[in-house]
Design a protein around this ligand. Sequence first.
Ligand SMILES: Cc1cc2nc3c(=O)[nH]c(=O)nc-3n(C[C@H](O)[C@H](O)[C@H](O)COP(=O)(O)O)c2cc1C
Length: 220
Amino acid sequence: MEAIDCITTRKSIRKFTDQPVSRELIMDVIRTAQQSPSYKNSQPWEVAVVSGDKKEGLSRLMIDLLATDTAATPDLAAPTSWPAPEQARIKELFQMRLEATGIDLSAPAIIKKAKRANFSFYGAPLAVYLYQESSLSEWSLFDLGLFAQSLMLAAHGKGLGSVPQAFITDYSAEVKEYLGIPATKRLVLGLSVGYPDMESSVNKLTTSRAPAEEITTWFE
Ligand SMILES: Cc1cc2nc3c(=O)[nH]c(=O)nc-3n(C[C@H](O)[C@H](O)[C@H](O)COP(=O)(O)O)c2cc1C
C-alpha cells in the first residue's frame, strides 16, 4: 500500500472477524514498526503479544476488577481536564460516536459498558501491549508513540486492523503481574489487533480532523 494512502485510510477498528492472525504476520508488523526513529536510536520499546487462553484470562481479570469498582491506576495518568480546543474536538468525537453507534461516551453509566468492550479487546484475536522502563525520559514516551503509529500503519498495510486503547492500561499493576512484566516497566499503551470486520457499523465511523490552517502558523 502506498504510504499516503496507508496514513489517510487507517482508522480505529472496534470489531474484528474470527480469523486468527499468524505469528509470522504479527512479527512482520513488529519488525516494520522497529524501523521507527528514536532518540539516539535508543529504541525504548518492548512489545507483549497476548492471544488465546492467556488473552481470555487477561480480559476476565480486567472485567472482574471493573465489576468490583477497583480504582484505575494506569502508569500514565488519564487527563482530568483539557484546554478548550482539545476539549471541543473530544466533544465532537463523542457526538459522532453517539450518532454512529448510539453510545453516549459522556454518560458515566455508559463508560463502564464501554470499558467492558475495551477489556474484551473488542473481540480481537490479539491484544498487544507497548511498554518500557519507567526511568526513561519523556523523549522515550515520544519514541514509543512513534512506534505505536508505525505498528498501526504496518498492520493496516498488511490488511489488519487495530485500535490504540489507553483504557486497557487502567489496571497496569495487575496486567503486568499477570503477564510477568517487571513492575519497573511502565505500561504505556494497549492495542487490539485482528482482521477488521468492515461490515460492522462501528467500523464505518470516520473521525474528522481540524483544518490544517487551524493548527499551522506561518512565520515569513
Ligand atoms: C493514546 C490513545 C489512547 C486511546 N484510547 C482509546 C481507548 O481506550 N479506547 C478506544 O476505543 N479508543 C481509544 N483511542 C482511539 C481514539 O479514540 C481514536 O484514535 C481517535 O478517535 C481518532 O480516530 P481514528 O483512530 O479512527 O482516526 C485511543 C487513541 C490513542 C492515540
